[in-house]
Design a protein around this ligand. Structure first.
Ligand code: C5P
Length: 222
């Protein structure tokens, strides 16, 4: 097919979605936040006390989870069974459990299937952990993002703390470290750089510089 796929992977809170949204907006591509999908599934599992060791319960729950995106303004509002959950999925209960849910084979199988369908014939930017390795191994452009862990924790803390006065920088730092560890060491498509992914360390880069970098890499395909 002739559609263009941009895969953006990397560690937690590296600015993947900021870059992905800016690219999608600039190029009029569809943006999909694959992490939001794992987060919404996690929210459903928490609300319904799904036992992560019970394979049948997991499969039954997955059948009851219907995810949709409102792609207004590329903000990627996500609907879980028609309920807007975009804010709730960013809170600590979900952040603390999402990597365990995302490690489950049946969960990944279902999410990857839905993600591949979304990008089957459309120009798309998708960010996550396994987009360039498992979801779209043939993506034209793959970016692997990284940044200093302290800088990442500070950025995320600034985003979350206004609405969460009890949250500490340490909580955020610990959560990022925990998720990076879980995501890189799991058995099912762990976070790893695809051999053909370009590394982008954005510790000292502005969002504009990152956008320019990605646009330059995309030039041959536009
Ligand atoms: O991107 P975000 O940080 O919101 O993702 C939340 C979690 O979802 C990650 O820490 C990871 O465990 C999981 N995830 C994944 N594969 C993806 C996207 C996210 O396993 N493609």
């Amino acid at each position: 097919s002739s559609n263009v796929v941009v895969a953006i992977d990397g560690y937690s809170s590296c600015g993947k979605s900021t870059l992905a949204k800016a690219l999608a907006k600039k190029l009029h591509f569809i943006y999909v936040d694959s992490g939001a999908m794992y987060r919404a599934v996690t929210l459903y599992f928490l609300r319904n006390n799904v036992d992560l060791k019970d394979e049948e319960a997991i499969l039954a729950a997955l059948k009851d989870v219907h995810l949709n995106f409102h792609s207004r303004d590329y903000n990627s509002h996500i609907l879980l069974n028609d309920e807007e959950v975009s804010d709730e999925i960013r809170l600590m209960p979900v952040s603390e459990n999402v990597s365990a849910v995302a490690a489950l084979k049946s969960v990944r199988h279902e999410m990857v299937k839905q993600q591949q369908r979304m990008g089957a014939s459309k120009n798309i930017v998708m960010d996550g952990r396994d987009i360039g390795t498992a979801v779209f191994p043939n993506a034209q452009v793959k970016v692997f993002m990284t940044a200093d862990p302290k800088v990442r924790a500070e950025r995320r803390f600034k985003e979350l703390s206004p609405a969460n006065p009890d949250l500490t920088l340490e909580d955020v730092f610990e959560n990022l470290a925990h998720r990076d560890y879980a995501d890189t060491t799991r058995a099912e498509s762990p976070l790893t750089r695809a051999a053909d992914a370009i590394i982008l360390d954005n510790t000292n880069l502005t969002p504009e510089q990152q956008l320019d970098f990605a646009l330059e890499k995309l030039k041959p395909f536009l």
